[in-house]
Design a protein around this ligand. Structure first.
Ligand SMILES: Nc1ncnc2c1ncn2[C@@H]1O[C@H](COP(=O)(O)OP(=O)(O)O)[C@@H](O)[C@H]1O
Ligand SMILES: [Mg+2]
Length: 469
């Protein structure tokens, strides 16, 4: 349990430093504008941390204030969620509302999003635990590897130097003087044997693939069956010849697995999912269509009804144990072009009390999006072409022109927000991307004239633009 406390206190400390201001600063590195949405998620995160610090009776009273992000396509909703996920070190899943079907129908039921969350939490905890036992695991692995190198278990190595004990059967290994083992161990640690080939025995993981069928709506049962079968069928031992360096890695992994207790991972994973988990439900507006409409409406409302208990707080059974959803933070997002948030069933609306609007992006933001984020498109293309020895330089008026065209196209055809920049840039640079291998050493200036020459015809021809840009 000491390990668990250490891990959780490290997480605490990290989250303590993640003030709302810092969260917004981090998001600013990738997402331009949309301050309101950034602030809302930052506050929601902080509130969860604050709740953790309350006395237990009070803690259970504080329910998370779920957020609904409303904004047109390509305004940064998903991007905010993605960046948030990287930042918070808490279990996080992003799901599409449209992927779920009402319980009883063929397809994924909404509870599976909680199972996915726990799965993610399990993965995180396991990774942290593995990190903590890594040193110890490595020492065990080294010992095992020395055995193999000395010919234990019929293994053996072709040493590049005459080694008196190579290839000896296991029974005689005991007579190997300790100092010889030490010598070999020291060589191993200095990396001198890294590239030698050694034969080791590894336990392949049992796989129930192909044994279990998928009865509709019985995903959980299927998972549990799979788990049981995996444990019942021990993986076969396999011999493999690998480089010493790789062998050490494989054996360290194996030893680490032996040092961590799956039960312990499971219980901590559940704790983290329950108390820190975030589920991001994208495209929520797509299940909000009023049910008197045409086809499929009823089952959409069904999905909303299924979603409700999750958001209100229920217990979902997972293969790691029951998970309470009371304090999981839900962030829903949608464009709400056709439906309004008020087209959601009222109970569900009430469970997303924080509404934030993301603004449609215009030329001004496009200029910034093209240049400021760490992963800005202009930077990406520059780096891509640099690998061919072709150098791109974007001038200010070049960027302005790209942004302007993107805006015009959004107005004239369909408003797809910042996504438009991707298609415009790709079209703009198409020829260079094609010819780059023959252009080694050249520098290409992308200025206003260049952009105009490449794109003005297309931008003016609305019909063509609809298909190409
Ligand atoms: N505010 C923004 N700042 C920076 N990039 C953005 C912004 N909005 C959208 N993008 C870019 O546009 C693309 C689509 O954005 P996304 O967040 O997926 O849109 P949506 O709001 O439809 O979920 C992404 O590549 C993203 O990087
Ligand atoms: Mg999206």
């Amino acid at each position: 349990m000491e390990g668990r406390e250490k891990r959780l206190s490290q997480l605490e400390e990290y989250l303590a430093n993640l003030t709302p201001k810092r969260v917004v600063e981090e998001l600013d590195k990738y997402v331009i504008g949309q301050e309101e949405a950034k602030r809302a998620v930052a506050i929601a995160l902080r509130n969860r941390w604050r709740r953790q610090r309350l006395p237990e009776d009070l803690r259970n009273e504080v329910v998370p204030k779920n957020i609904m992000m409303i904004g047109p396509t390509g305004s940064g909703k998903t991007e905010i969620a993605r960046r948030l996920a990287q930042l918070i070190r808490a279990p996080f899943v992003k799901v599409e509302a449209t992927k779920y079907t009402e319980v009883g129908y063929v397809g994924r039921d909404v509870e599976s999003m909680v199972r996915d969350l726990v799965e993610e939490a399990y993965r995180m905890v396991k990774e942290e635990m593995t990190q903590q036992v890594r040193e110890r695991a490595r020492r065990f692995a080294e010992e095992r590897l020395v055995d193999y190198l000395l010919g234990g278990g019929e293994g053996g190595i072709n040493l590049p130097f005459p080694f008196p004990f190579g290839g000896q059967p296991k029974a005689e290994r005991r007579e190997i003087p300790a100092y010889k083992r030490e010598e070999l161990l020291a060589k191993l640690r200095r990396g001198e044997l890294d590239n030698e080939i050694v034969e080791i025995e590894i336990t392949a993981k049992g796989s129930p693939a192909g044994i279990v069928m998928t009865p509709p709506g019985m995903e959980e049962l299927q998972n549990q069956l799979g788990e049981i079968l995996k444990n019942l069928i021990p993986g076969p031992k396999r011999r493999r010849k690998v480089k010493v360096r790789e062998a050490l890695e494989i054996l360290t992994q194996e030893e680490a697995e032996k040092l961590i207790d799956p039960e312990e991972i499971a219980s901590e994973a559940i704790y983290r999912a329950e108390n820190f988990g975030i589920i991001f439900i994208d495209e929520i507006d797509k299940i909000a269509i009023k049910h008197q409409g045409v086809g499929g409406g009823v089952s959409r409302e069904g999905v909303q009804r299924d979603l409700l208990p999750l958001v209100e707080g229920t217990t979902v059974s997972t293969k790691y144990g029951p998970v309470k959803t009371d304090h999981i933070l839900f962030i829903a997002a949608g464009a709400f072009h056709l439906a309004k948030p008020s087209d959601l069933i009222p109970e569900l609306q009430g469970r997303f009390p924080i509404r934030v609007e993301l603004k449609p992006l215009t030329k001004r933001e496009f200029v910034r999006i093209l240049t400021e984020p760490k992963n800005a498109l202009t930077r990406q293309y520059k780096e891509l072409l640099k690998t061919e020895g072709v150098y791109l330089e974007f001038t200010e008026d070049g960027i302005e022109k790209i942004a302007e065209y993107a805006e015009i196209l959004n107005e004239k055809t369909e408003n797809i927000g910042a996504r438009r920049l991707h298609t415009v840039m790709e079209k703009l640079l198409e020829d260079i991307l094609f010819e780059a291998p023959e252009m080694k050493g050249q520098t290409i200036i992308i200025d206003g004239k260049f952009v105009e020459a490449k794109l003005s015809d297309l931008v003016e021809d609305t019909e063509a633009a609809k298909y190409i840009l």
